[in-house]
Design a protein around this ligand. Structure first.
Ligand SMILES: [Zn+2]
Ligand SMILES: [Zn+2]
Ligand SMILES: [Zn+2]
Length: 257
């Protein structure tokens, strides 16, 4: 017969999720700690501070899961990186910056390094996790910079008719009269920064969000972030080496006078 010392009540209570889903122009993460400071409206709606600092409504969707519904559809990037930094999952978030194989081909054809954002985030994360960087992996300064890398990561813009499959970029030998659907090889694609490019406002009606002016990728912001990430990692490595050297000297016995 087996016995357990766990009280019945403690066994029955499921563990509290670390983060709940908040909503305000996208999906955010709200910690259990922040929940202690919620303001409840007369309607019963709870308002709390999300990890990014925004005031959000605590949603009915429950625990925050980065790849789950509904967060996956419109995640707050700052919250996503903050959760990744606090839960030791920076690598998962970095993987999300990786372009698809098809997009990588187009970037390469256009002479744009498809991995600038991935490399910059990897270096920054390595510096942060080394213990010798300016800031740790869950520090707001690290999160802010990683979120900026995500925002300014290169994207591929294609003309509307190509995106909708109504263009005439037929592959060789394709007969539009008899052929079925085809995949446009995107010959007129360009690489742009989604954050820096001008997107149409609500004046454009159903075309709101359409790119009006593309700013070529990599933009100056991403280029500077990438330089900074490289410097930050080099500095962290220098400090780690100096610390090792110092420890070695401390361990050495004092020479006899
Ligand atoms: Zn947020
Ligand atoms: Zn940009
Ligand atoms: Zn096309």
């Amino acid at each position: 017969m087996s016995t357990s010392t766990t009280p019945q009540a403690a066994r029955a209570a499921p563990p509290e999720p670390a983060y709940l889903i908040g909503v305000h122009q996208g999906w955010h993460a709200v910690t259990q700690f922040a929940l202690k400071y919620t303001a409840a409206m007369s309607s019963g709606t709870r308002i709390a501070y999300a990890e990014c600092g925004a005031l959000v409504r605590v949603s009915k969707h429950g625990p925050y899961r980065r790849g789950g519904f509904p967060v996956m559809h419109d995640p707050c990037i700052e919250c996503a990186w903050a959760v990744a930094g606090e839960t030791g999952q920076l690598d998962e978030e970095i993987r999300r910056l990786m372009p698809s194989n098809e997009d990588r081909e187009v970037f390469t054809r256009l002479g744009v390094d498809p991995l600038t954002a991935v490399t910059a985030a990897t270096m920054l994360a390595e510096a942060a996790r080394s213990g010798h960087g300016d800031y740790g992996a869950d520090h707001p300064a690290t999160i802010q910079m990683l979120a900026m890398i995500t925002r300014h990561a290169p994207v591929i813009l294609v003309p509307e008719d190509c995106a909708e499959g109504s263009c005439e970029h037929y592959p060789p030998g394709y007969d539009p009269l008899t052929g079925k659907g085809f995949e446009c090889p995107r010959p007129e694609a360009s690489a742009a920064c989604a954050a820096c490019s001008l997107q149409a406002g609500s004046w454009a009606g159903e075309w709101e969000g359409r790119y009006e002016l593309g700013i070529p990728a990599p933009c100056a912001v991403l280029t500077r972030l990438a330089e900074h990430a490289e410097e930050a990692l080099a500095e962290a490595k220098r400090r780690a080496e100096a610390a090792t050297q110092w420890e070695r000297e401390q361990a050495r016995p004092e020479p006899e006078a």
